[in-house]
Ligand binder design. Structure first.
Ligand SMILES: [Zn+2]
Length: 392
């Protein structure tokens, strides 16, 4: 059994369970009991005992579409009859956008972040529920139809004729559905309704500059849930290779140089003339991913970049998970090739061969140049070659 000790509806006393359910129905619409999730020999299993059911999610009653109810006596009756039940909400008075995050599957949270970025919008907080495997956003009803992961977006929609699990239900993985944000039900924004009802494109552009325009309704989405885990380290530093690589990218790619310098207001303007740090961070993530950087390296680079521009250290893991996850899942790795300068070698002996014996933490190329009195170009070449693991 996992360590999630959070109380589920089934853990409440009958009077508390009853009043909670009645309040839930009043707020979100008609509810129905489903089979519950129970602990058997230390494992969470569906109450029904079948091996292949929609565990903890299939209705206890027939004709649930018509029988789901807000009637307090009916709810009390069901609550007494099935004390271990999970509960579901028939989505007639709410529309639910269900962002799924299962390993190896399209990640709905990243898809939504892509849409927000591509369209320059944000999703209202409304009511947000943490589910067994993701997030659900409850909106006022209207404009949405029940769909399931259309076009590999990792997003399900629940409207009339569909139901979502009620907060307080237990997922078969042990997690309890739980309201995390409650700003009151807001309408689902038009752009989201459109995004959810327009088929996603088959092909996705690989470069930031070719990110699909909003006109064609071609919106990037996450292909695979391969966001890559990373830590947020406010004191992150770049190693010598990373520092060198940034320098090289700045030298050879003016657009990257302008991005790293946080100066794209005049040349290389972002879409819509936006100029906030998040545009820069996305661009950095895309460039570095293309150059073969891992999610952790990109996060560290962004942290260093923020520090260099006197911005506060990154705080919100979720925000960067979206930005970096998107880069990792959308960008094809194609590292920039740097040819070695002619003066790098003397008498078949690399001047910078000394570097292999350097102890301890990596140093910035400049420090190495000063400390060992080496030719700067040679140091760079050596560091690059070393990082790629060739020849030395
Ligand atoms: Zn079952």
């Amino acid at each position: 059994m996992n360590s999630n000790a959070r109380l589920s509806l089934a853990d409440l006393s009958l009077p508390r369970r009853r009043s909670t359910l009645i309040a839930m129905a009043e707020r979100f619409g008609p509810i129905l009991p489903t089979y519950g999730v129970v602990a058997v020999d230390g494992n969470w299993m569906c109450e029904c005992g079948e091996a292949s059911c929609k565990a903890g999610k299939h209705p206890r009653i027939k004709s649930w579409v018509t029988r789901a109810t807000k009637d307090t006596r009916q709810i009390a009756d069901w609550a007494m009859r099935w004390p271990l039940a999970n509960w579901a909400i028939h989505c007639t008075e709410i529309n639910v956008v269900d962002l799924d995050r299962k390993p190896g599957k399209p990640d709905g949270v990243i898809t939504l972040a892509c849409w927000e970025d591509a369209l320059g919008v944000t999703t209202p907080d409304s009511v947000r529920v943490t589910t067994g495997t993701g997030i659900q956003i409850y909106f006022q009803p209207g404009g949405l139809k029940t769909t399931s992961n259309s076009d590999g977006t990792g997003i399900d929609v629940r409207a009339k004729g569909g139901y979502c699990m009620c907060p307080g239900s237990r997922h078969v993985n042990g997690n309890v559905y739980q309201i995390d944000i409650d700003e009151g039900l807001e309408p689902c924004p038009e752009w989201l309704i459109k995004s959810l009802t327009v088929p996603a494109p088959q092909e996705v552009g690989h470069e930031w500059s070719s990110a699909p325009s909003t006109k064609r309704n071609s919106i990037p989405y996450s292909k695979i849930g391969e966001g890559g885990a990373f830590w947020l380290d406010p004191a992150a530093k770049l190693n010598a290779w990373e520092v060198l690589r940034i320098e090289q990218l700045c030298q050879r790619k003016p657009k990257f140089a302008a991005t790293w310098a946080m100066d794209r207001r005049n040349q290389f303007q972002f879409r819509g003339g936006r100029n906030s740090s998040s545009e820069y961070e996305s661009a950095i993530a895309f460039y570095l991913r293309r150059d073969g950087w891992s999610a952790q390296q990109i996060m560290d680079a962004i942290t260093v970049w923020r520090r260099e521009h006197d911005l506060p250290a990154p705080k919100y893991h979720s925000r960067y998970r979206a930005t970096i996850g998107k880069a990792v899942s959308l960008v094809t790795v194609n590292p920039m090739v740097v040819k070695e300068p002619k003066r790098a070698w003397k008498d078949e002996e690399p001047e910078a061969g000394l570097l292999d014996d350097l102890p301890g933490a990596p140093k910035r190329p400049r420090e190495i140049v000063e400390e060992f009195g080496l030719d700067a170009a040679a140091v760079r070449t050596a560091m690059t070659r070393r990082a790629y693991g060739s020849r030395f």
